[in-house]
Design a protein around this ligand. Structure first.
Ligand SMILES: [Zn+2]
Length: 234
């Protein structure tokens, strides 16, 4: 699967000239390491080969940088100022990790940790992340406001996910996830709020696709749909 994905990314790289800039940046920064749990997007420090999680706002800045003509052919081209920020963020993340179980909803938590999978059917996992999960639950996942027709948004989102892979089967599965969403009367705000890939798995969608479908809604909204999300300020 991973090798397959590498091949796809290579193919995308070769065809770079044809793709919009944001897509090139996203493809470049997409984390392919199965050992890495930071992603989905990481900066790989060319010196230490360490992974640094890229938040949506940082990705967006990289897109802006590239759109203004900045060269971004590999990870070492990431501008110094962004690299420095990533170092600092990583330091803060590590410190937070040390304090885990303590005051995790401190001032350095600008976003609710939406990547955590709250899967009731996996009690062991929920256990590991218990402090974070309970904090998410008590605050609730902040709702998204998606402009325009809800059904159209579901389709657009599925198309966007499909556009991020080159394999036709994967593309079709993302579209299938859109169809499943609509045929059960859901929209993206429901899917985002529930954070429940199991729903799609139960409908015959492959688990990885199901997770991508559930986890990338905010990313799509902020970077493609360009809407302003309703964020709860902690
Ligand atoms: Zn990574």
């Amino acid at each position: 699967m991973l090798n397959n994905r590498d091949t796809q990314l290579d193919a995308e790289e070769n065809a770079y000239g044809k793709h919009p800039i944001w897509r090139r940046v996203y493809a470049l920064m997409k984390c392919d390491s199965s050992a890495c749990h930071l992603g989905p997007y990481c900066w790989l420090d060319p010196v230490g080969k360490k992974h640094y999680r890229l938040r949506t706002q940082t990705l967006r800045r990289l897109v802006t940088y590239a759109e203004k003509g900045g060269v971004l052919e590999s990870h070492k081209y990431v501008p110094d100022e962004i690299q420095e920020e990533l170092y600092i963020e990583e330091q803060q993340r590590l410190e937070k990790e040390k304090r885990k179980g303590g005051n995790i909803a401190g001032p350095r938590t600008p976003y609710p940790p939406i990547n955590i999978n709250v899967l009731p059917s996996h009690p062991a996992r929920v256990d590991i992340t218990a402090p974070t999960v309970s904090s998410v639950k008590s605050k609730g996942v902040s709702p998204l406001t998606i402009p325009g027709f809800r059904d159209v948004a579901v389709k657009e989102y599925g198309e966007w996910l499909a556009s991020n892979v080159s394999d036709e089967t994967l593309k079709a599965t993302f579209r299938q996830a859109s169809d499943v969403t609509l045929s059960d009367g859901f929209d993206l705000e429901h899917i985002y709020k529930d954070q429940n890939p199991e729903f799609f798995v139960g409908k015959g969608i492959k688990p990885g696709i199901a997770r991508s479908f559930v986890e990338n809604i905010r990313d799509w909204l902020e970077n493609v749909k360009k809407a302003v999300p309703v964020l709860e300020v902690v």
